[in-house]
Design a protein around this ligand. Structure first.
Ligand SMILES: Nc1ncnc2c1ncn2[C@@H]1O[C@H](COP(=O)(O)OP(=O)(O)OP(=O)(O)O)[C@@H](O)[C@H]1O
Length: 290
């Protein structure tokens, strides 16, 4: 199969619909149902495999993330969503037993090229984690840290401007503008997560990866982050892993369903949630398992 030929993914293989994914030999030739490739790809993954020592965690995944879109990744626990997400900014590099093969490109450039600077890559492809993890520093310093490392501000005034803009874009400025010198860890969970988003935004990323960013938050804080994600997509490209199907339906334009390391189905979020084409997707979104 030519991974660059989107028509290769178009047809629904009849035999795939009843595929027994517990039978790994039956998965070898499995082709994703739906449209994994898009015209306006910001990031593109082709035939990606990820291993933790002998454990094959991601199998032959090809998937694009469209520019200024939110892609949601869903699937049962252990299906590989976080592994795939982390491979998009080489966070897996820090796990010694982890090996990634295939091709992942940002604006067409291979992020696994030997001359790729991973610090720079992670500034371009930022990450927000499940549990808010502000540095044990002031609110101001949490946001200023990245821009300082990357030399993005040439004066105190420029840094102040970056900090304010980032906090505004993370919809936190009004709540913290008078307490910028207070510790970031003293904020509420939802505020801390918005601070972490501000920290990611401060280095002007192009893509933001979010790994269950609301799982530690209450419904009100979650709603604020979801609103924020919707605003952020005007400037950034976003991939989000979530266990909440309601959240995927609310914030994303495309949804990818993973199962046992395979990308089973991907498409327009409305279609995935109203007319899934694979019975595994349907079983998952209707709550039959997962
Ligand atoms: N650091 C690691 N070392 C070894 N195996 C790992 C490691 N991280 C993940 N795995 C394995 O890889 C597989 C995929 O895990 P991953 O965390 O990516 O799944 P997930 O879909 O994000 O799960 P969850 O929804 O529970 O977070 C699982 O079998 C997991 O046990």
């Amino acid at each position: 199969m030519n991974a660059n030929d989107s028509t290769a993914y178009g047809a629904v293989p009849e035999e795939a619909v009843g595929l027994d994914l517990n039978d790994h030999t039956a998965m070898d030739d499995y082709q994703t149902i739906g449209e994994p490739l898009v015209d306006n790809a910001k990031m593109s993954a082709r035939d990606v495999n990820v291993f933790y020592a002998d454990k094959h965690a991601i199998m032959d995944v090809s998937l694009d993330i469209g520019e200024n879109q939110v892609l949601a990744m869903i699937g049962p626990s252990g299906c590989g969503k976080s592994t795939f997400l982390r491979s998009l900014n080489r966070m897996n590099d820090i796990i010694p037993i982890c090996r990634v093969s295939g091709n992942i490109a940002l604006d067409g450039e291979d992020i696994y090229a030997s001359n790729q600077d991973t610090v720079l890559l992670r500034a371009r492809v930022g990450m927000v984690f499940q549990k808010p993890n502000p540095f044990p520093k002031s609110i101001y310093e949490n946001v200023a840290y990245g821009p300082r490392i990357h030399g993005l501000a040439h004066s105190k005034a420029e840094m102040d401007e970056i900090v304010e803009q980032s906090l505004r874009r993370a919809s936190l400025w009004d709540e913290v503008k008078d307490v910028l010198d207070k510790p970031g860890t003293g904020l509420s969970g939802g505020q801390q997560q918005r601070l972490c988003i501000a920290r990611a935004i401060a280095v002007s990323p192009e893509v933001i990866l979010m790994d269950e960013p609301c799982s530690a938050l209450d419904p009100i804080a979650t709603a604020r982050i979801e609103e924020l994600i919707d605003e952020l997509k005007e400037r950034f490209t976003i991939a989000i892993v979530t266990h909440s199907m309601q959240q995927a339906a609310r914030v994303s334009q495309r949804t990818a369903y993973f199962h046992l390391g395979k990308l089973i189905e991907v498409g327009d979020t409305k279609q995935i949630f109203t007319m899934p084409r694979h019975e595994l997707t349907e079983n998952y979104i209707t709550g039959r398992f997962g």
